[in-house]
Design a protein around this ligand. Sequence first.
Ligand SMILES: [Zn+2]
Length: 190
Amino acid sequence: MTGEERGPDVGLGDWTPESLDVPGEVRAVVSAPHPVLSRAADEVDPTAKETVQLAADLIATMRVSPGCVGLAAPQVGVGARVFAVDVTGHPKAVTVHGTFVLCNARVVEATRWKPGREGCMSVPDLTGDVKRASRLVVEGDLPGSGEPVRLVTDGFEARALQHEIDHCAGLLFLDRVAGAHAVYQRKVYL
Ligand SMILES: [Zn+2]
């Protein structure tokens, strides 16, 4: 047993935000201690019109936010299990799936846990060291088609996915740090 027989990606294919076929609007990002950030979000119908609009809005909001590599629906005040990720061009990223949105995502395999520094638009003044799996398999549904997706990833993209899945479970990185010694005052955003 190596634990590394993870198989291939399934379903994302050449998905692009344009396939949502609706323009995204930039939404206001809420900060802790807003209560929507600390409760488990609801499962969504990935084919519903409001889910597709939410997906487009998450991408639009992520794109106007410098340094933002992921944004979850609770961060725009919506208690739905939907998030966007895009680590394209990030110096720490190895595997990169481009811009994508997942609905109802869950971790199915998580191995090789490593600490790393994280920040969050909803916790603007702090960063923290969080242990995350550096090898990860995630399953979820694509907004619009509702097609099931399986993503196999690693390193920085794996970290971003775990951070966003946590948001959908009502958890912030602050809930994952080892203690106050692992929290740092942020000097600049990025
Ligand atoms: Zn966050």
